[in-house]
Design a protein around this ligand. Structure first.
Ligand code: TYM
Length: 332
């Protein structure tokens, strides 16, 4: 039997990188796997960023992340959807896994190195981040993990931890595999500086629920092919951020038109961006309308999260029973 698990951090508003890279796959796999697809707002992970030390903000973002996932089509009555802090077994399993994981391996994680490199004092939680992630996945014996490409190394470590546990305590966990959206492995930030990322702030992101006027302001000034200085210069769509976004938002004839016309200076960058904005509007408007509708009944979101936590715990409980017994905790 196959089971799906994925998590998303409530560290900021969800953006189109999260949407195309991961959330759309949550919906597709959710339709396929029903209650064997499990999704989690990972509020414990969010604490590894000291900027999250704002109790009201963390709670609000957890709620908003759930709402955004429901707005893109994830149906909490058909899948399992909850917040990580509501299922304490994640931390219990994580502690056991920390003892199977060499510190050196964690120090080699590229995301750890990137983030730790920017901090004066590095919280131990940041180093343990991928161990908690392994616990998230293996607590449900999930074997399929929809994520963006940036999570590859973490999933590889999860496989390693599963292997080590199985070797030490007997066959228990599957070795999970990442599932990617091959058209959206690593969506670039709208500022042109690397991957679109919540932690880089609003200049990098196009928010899923962001006001369309504000999205246009960002697209309007977004960098394009730097070699195309004048309107009459031919451009190269292969190095243009806007063309990357066209591939996500526009229909095939538009993508083809941009590809051809840009190369022979038949379309200017402003017009090209306007065409893109049409696709963005068509894709995001229905999501934003649905989000506004859902926001009218905040209690429904809370109820869905409470029900989701119950369902998650029901799946996690027998797995933790098995783990406790295998590890050798005294049974009373
Ligand atoms: P997070 O919250 O950073 O991102 C959520 C998902 O969005 C994907 N993603 C992207 N995909 C393509 N292009 C981008 N620019 C982009 N930015 C983000 C991420 O790959 C991710 O799939 N560590 C995870 C959360 C997590 C988790 C888990 C995931 C905790 N436990 C267990 C899977 C399984 C993270 O930081 O996601």
């Amino acid at each position: 039997m196959s089971r799906v698990f994925s998590g998303i951090q409530p560290t900021g508003e969800p953006h189109i990188g999260n949407y195309f890279g991961a959330m759309r796959n949550y919906v597709t796999l959710g339709e396929q796997y029903g209650k064997d697809s499990i999704y989690c707002v990972v509020d414990l992970h969010a604490l590894t960023n000291p900027a999250a030390f704002d109790p009201r903000l963390l709670a609000r973002r957890t709620y908003e992340m759930a709402l955004a996932n429901f707005a893109v089509g994830l149906d909490p009555s058909r899948v399992v959807f909850f917040a990580q802090s509501h299922v304490p077994e994640h931390q219990e399993l994580s502690w056991i896994f920390t003892n199977l994981t060499p510190v050196g391996e964690l120090e080699r994680m590229t995301q750890y190195k990137d983030k730790a490199g920017q901090l004066e004092s590095v919280p131990a939680g940041l180093l343990m981040y991928p161990v908690l992630m392994a616990a998230d996945i293996l607590l449900y014996k999930a074997d399929t993990v929809p994520v963006g490409e940036d999570q590859t190394q973490h999933i590889e470590l999860t496989r390693e931890i599963a292997r080590r546990f199985n070797h030490t305590f007997g066959e228990t966990f599957p070795e999970p595999k990442a599932v990617y959206n091959k058209d959206a492995l690593r969506i670039p930030g709208v500022d042109g500086h690397g991957k679109m990322s919540k932690s880089k702030g609003e200049n990098s992101t196009l928010g899923l629920l962001e006001d369309l006027g504000s999205i246009w302001q960002k697209l309007r000034v977004a960098p394009t092919d730097p070699a195309r200085v004048r309107r009459t210069d031919p451009g190269n769509p292969d190095v243009c951020l806007i063309f990357d976004y066209h591939k996500l938002f526009s229909d095939l004839p538009t993508i083809e038109m941009v590809n051809v016309e840009c190369r022979r200076a038949g379309i200017g960058c402003v017009d090209c961006k306007k065409r893109l904005m049409e696709g963005v509007t068509a894709a995001l408007s229905p999501i934003q309308e649905r989000a506004a509708e859902l926001a009218r009944n905040p209690d429904d979101i809370r109820d869905a999260l409470a029900q989701g936590a119950k369902e998650a715990r029901a799946i996690a409980a027998p797995v933790m029973e098995e783990v406790r017994e295998k590890v050798g905790f005294l049974k009373l």
